[in-house]
Design a protein around this ligand. Structure first.
Ligand code: 5GP
Length: 205
C-alpha cells in the first residue's frame, strides 16, 4: 500500500457496541488497524492488557501527557484515557486506516488538529435500550451506569462536529455502513484531484 491511511474517529455512548462494530467491520477488510488506548481505568473481567487497552497508573499517564506522547486525551467518568501518537502515525504512513474509539472531548481535539479525519458518531436505537444494554452487561454499578447515561446525554449535545451517524441496531448493517463510509472517504475530490491533472499531463505528453 502506498497511500497514507485515513484517521477514523468513532465515538458514541458507553455500551452502544462500538467495539463489536469495529471488530465486525475489520473482519472483512485488511486495511484497518485499531489504535489501542492507554487508560487509568481498571480492566474489566475478560479484558486483556495491550489488546483492549494498555492499563496504566495515573503517574504513567501523567508522564505520557507531559512527554507529548498522546495524540489526544480526556477524562471520562472518573478515569483518564488517551491515544498513543506514535502507533497512529506509523500505521497511517504504512497505508492503514487507523480506527480510534474515543469519547467526544478527545474527538473534538482530533477534529481541531486534523480536520480531514473521518468522524463517525454511533448511537443506539434509543437511550432506553442503552440503559438496558449497560445493565445487562453487568460490569458497572448502578451509580456508574447513571454516570454513563448522563454522559451519553451530554455527548449528544456536543456531537455537532461529526460527519456521520450510525444507528447500531443491526450489527451487520452498521458494520457495512462503517465500511462504506471509509471507502467513500478515499474517493474524496481532495484526495483524488491529482488523477485529473496527471491524466491530462499524460495525455498531452
Ligand atoms: P470504557 O471505559 O467503556 O472502555 O470507555 C469509556 C469511554 O472512553 C468510551 O466512550 C471510549 O470511546 C472512550 N475512550 C477509550 N479510549 C479513549 C482514548 O484514548 N481517548 C479518549 N478521549 N477516549 C477514549
Amino acid at each position: 500500500m502506498s497511500k497514507k491511511g485515513k484517521l477514523i474517529v468513532v465515538s458514541g455512548p458507553s455500551g452502544v457496541g462500538k467495539s463489536s462494530l469495529i471488530a465486525k467491520a475489520m473482519e472483512k477488510r485488511n486495511d484497518f488497524c485499531f489504535s489501542v488506548s492507554v487508560t487509568t481505568r481498571e480492566a474489566r473481567p475478560g479484558e486483556k492488557d495491550g489488546e483492549d487497552y494498555f492499563f496504566i497508573s495515573r503517574e504513567q499517564f501523567a508522564r505520557m501527557v507531559e512527554a507529548g506522547e498522546l495524540l489526544e486525551h480526556a477524562s471520562y467518568v472518573g478515569n483518564d484515557y488517551g491515544t498513543p501518537r506514535a502507533y497512529v502515525e506509523q500505521k497511517r504512513e504504512d497505508g492503514f486506516n487507523v480506527v480510534l474509539d474515543i469519547e467526544v472531548q478527545g474527538a473534538g481535539q482530533v477534529h481541531e488538529m486534523m480536520p480531514e479525519a473521518v468522524m463517525i458518531f454511533v448511537v443506539p436505537p434509543s437511550l432506553e435500550e442503552l440503559e438496558q444494554r449497560l445493565t445487562l452487561r453487568g460490569t458497572e454499578t448502578p451509580e456508574k451506569i447513571r454516570g454513563r447515561l448522563q454522559r451519553a446525554k451530554e455527548e449528544y449535545q456536543q456531537a455537532v462536529f461529526y460527519q456521520y451517524i450510525i444507528v447500531n441496531d443491526d450489527l451487520a448493517v452498521a458494520a457495512d455502513e462503517f465500511s462504506a463510509i471509509v471507502t467513500a472517504s478515499h474517493c474524496l475530490y481532495e484526495d483524488r484531484k491529482n488523477y485529473l491533472t496527471e491524466s491530462q499531463e499524460r495525455y498531452e505528453s
